[in-house]
Design a protein around this ligand. Structure first.
Ligand code: HEM
Length: 458
């Protein structure tokens, strides 16, 4: 069976008539703009206020459409685990990502999605992961060494963004990419920035126009490289996808590889930048945890400059717990949209086909009844025992169910490899009295770039 014949189920999903949602408590705000401005100004506060007033299921209106917000672990389980195949990811994400990242894995549904996910998963098996680790390790060590030579105050977020981008160039595209690397990187940055820009049309001079142009460049680059990579081989993620096959043994089509590569780079980029920045920000704000993690790194017994192995990463459980706690506090994907493909019922409300629904890790991750003192950074929330006693959908930074993040192990690997070199070389602190202000949506980032001070450790 060739992939081209496996179309999405024929769902054409129009939003339901507004009066069909009127029985759900809520507030749609102003005509036209609805509650868009409130959610942009303070997404966490807006959802918390609406939940306090209307409960864990409420009606709202953002970006021109009435939608239903569903909060808490049970809502996450229903929508993300989606045992009954009630929710379309394609028609949930399309307004945000459809133009620039069409047919990325997250924008496919059901059987077609399953088949593509299976084909892509070869690139995330342990063999390829070892080779990405070696590229990440070299790039991180080199950058951290440079930071060590120029200690003092720095803006951490832009530095992390640049590092993540440079690491993606080697681990995703291959070390030998050559002089085109800057141009490809620029095109890619424009696409990512455009995916979250408020002006959705590619009018001249807008970010969306730059994004569309960036996509054309990226499509041209990948298309011309596919035959070269197939002939030459290579261990980077792109070369893996060039060799990946469907169940019938057929190679992925050029268009499929282009779409998957563009989406993968986008999915990895801002999420890793955001989470590694919040992780380092937390270590700066909680020096006692920084000391504990540095002790863990020292106990690996690996000389500075020696390569990081899978076994080293396995032996860093505290670091993993601290990274998980950073993901709890500032989930890089703070909310996830879906569209109902059939009528369904939740907490006594019937919700019709076509309804846009949203679940909110950011809200669930701060529910005080699940996470006491939710604003406190406490990695011990992630001991095995503590995790056993919690609802399995109480912590969902990587989503769950069929669309659960395919790059989750890649993310842990980059985070731990970074922590190993960073803590072995540097200590990080914040100016006394400085509390960084974070913009939490669409992807959390510190408004001022996160001002930290780095010092070499002995
Ligand atoms: C800390 C870093 C990351 C976070 C928090 C994160 C979060 C997520 C979330 C929440 C989803 C599911 C969205 C939904 O169900 O609507 C997702 C999907 C995905 N992520 Fe990640 N991600 C991260 C890093 C990465 C990396 C490094 C890669 C690739 C190397 C990646 C590749 C993907 C892909 C391909 C999907 C789509 C999976 C599917 O639809 O089957 N992510 N990610």
């Amino acid at each position: 069976m060739s992939m081209q014949n496996v179309a999405s189920p024929a769902i054409s999903l129009n939003p339901p008539k507004r009066n069909l949602l009127a029985h759900i408590p809520g507030d749609e705000g102003w005509p036209v703009i609805g509650r868009t401005l409130a959610i942009l100004a303070d997404p966490k506060g807006e959802v918390e206020r609406m939940a306090a007033k209307y409960g864990l299921v409420y009606r709202s209106r953002i970006l021109g459409e009435t939608s239903i917000t569903m909060l808490g672990p049970e809502a996450n389980e229903l929508v993300l685990f989606d045992q009954s195949k009630l929710f379309s990811s394609t028609y949930g994400w399309e307004t945000i990502l459809g133009r620039l990242f069409p047919r990325g894995l997250m924008l496919l549904d059901f059987e077609e999605h399953r088949l593509h996910r299976r084909a892509l998963s070869v690139a995330f098996k342990s063999g390829p992961m070892k080779s990405y680790l070696s590229e990440l390790d070299t790039g991180i060590l080199e950058r951290v060494t440079r930071w060590r030579q120029t200690p003092g105050p720095m803006l951490f977020y832009p530095a992390m963004k640049q590092l993540t981008l440079d690491l993606a160039a080697t681990s995703f595209l291959g070390a030998g990419i050559g002089p085109e690397v800057d141009e490809i990187t620029r095109a890619f940055v424009d696409m990512v920035a455009a995916s979250v820009t408020p002006i959705r049309q590619p009018w001249p001079g807008t970010q969306m126009a730059r994004g569309v142009k960036g996509r054309q460049r990226i499509v041209a680059y990948f298309s011309e490289q596919i035959p070269i990579r197939r002939a030459r081989g290579g261990e980077d993620l792109f070369s893996q996808l060039c060799r990946a096959t469907h169940e019938d043994g057929a190679l992925l089509s050029t268009q499929d590889i282009v779409d998957h590569m563009s989406f993968l780079m986008m999915a990895a980029h801002d999420t890793l930048t955001s989470s590694l920045t919040s992780f380092v920000g937390a270590l700066a704000a909680y020096p006692e945890w920084q000391v504990k993690l540095r002790d863990e790194v020292s106990s690996l017994g690996v000389a500075a400059g020696a390569p990081t192995t899978f076994d080293n990463l396995e032996a860093m459980p505290l670091t993993e717990m601290a990274f998980k706690e950073a993901l709890r506090m500032k989930p890089p994907v703070p909310s996830m949209p879906r569209r109902a493909v059939r009528d369904f019922t939740f907490k006594g409300y019937t919700i019709p086909t076509g309804t846009l629904v949203g679940v909110h890790p950011l809200f669930t991750h701060h529910m005080a009844e699940i996470w006491p003192e939710p604003e406190k950074f406490d990695p011990l929330r992630f001991t095995d025992e503590a995790q056993r006693n919690r609802h399995r959908f109480a912590w969902v930074p990587f989503g769950g169910g069929a669309h659960m993040c395919l790059g989750l192990h890649f993310a842990y690997m980059q985070a731990k490899c970074f922590a190993r070199h960073f803590l072995q070389n540097l200590s990080v602190s914040l100016q006394p009295g400085y509390t960084p202000d974070w913009q939490m949506w669409p992807i959390p980032k510190p408004r001022d770039g996160l001002r930290v001070t780095l010092k070499p450790v002995a």
